[in-house]
Design a protein. Structure first.
Length: 169
């Protein structure tokens, strides 16, 4: 067991977002995993490509004895290629993941709370995310006060208004 700390990602660690993005992909069948080549799809790769070069890019990591075991990051993916959780050009979109062995320990809640606090303090009005309806993380997002604003058979588009109420810390 280790002491978890949450901190900003360092520039020399940005490459680790590739693993975090793969971990963020909902895998409904553990015996038939989606191949890592999914990260090459432009709409997926947009979540990490050249991360840190856009003004709204921000990432926090969960650190366990110097090793990154999870991350939450935001960016605005707009232009011709838009993110799956795109709302508008002023709404950062969430991505979060933890390695499997660190899930269900409250760490996702801590990461999300820290990012929500950062976004609130930075003056953002709202943040969004897209999630598969069958993903167990939907419960976490609802607990964090994200609201479903659109959906289809498989996915939910969720929005968190950062201007109302007291944000969870």
């Amino acid at each position: 067991m280790c002491e978890f700390t949450i901190r900003e990602i360092r520039p020399d660690e940005i490459y680790k977002l590739e693993d975090m993005l793969y971990e963020a992909i909902f895998q409904p069948d553990e015996n038939n995993l989606i191949p890592r080549s999914v990260l090459e799809i432009p709409g997926v790769n947009a979540y990490i490509k050249d991360f840190g070069h856009q003004k709204d890019d921000y990432c926090l990591v969960a650190d366990c004895n110097g090793e990154i075991i999870g991350a939450v990051w935001v960016r605005i993916i707009s232009g011709t290629l838009k993110g799956y959780g795109y709302i508008d050009d002023e709404t950062p979109e969430f991505a979060i993941s933890l390695y499997k062995e660190y899930r269900n320990r409250g760490l996702g809640t801590r990461l999300m709370s820290a990012m929500i606090a950062y976004l609130h303090e930075s003056g953002y009005k709202q943040t969004s995310l897209n999630v598969k309806k069958k993903n167990y993380a939907v419960k976490l997002y609802k607990k964090m006060e994200f609201k479903v604003i659109d959906q289809d058979e498989e996915d939910c588009l969720m929005l968190l208004d950062l201007r109302i109420g007291k944000r969870r810390r």
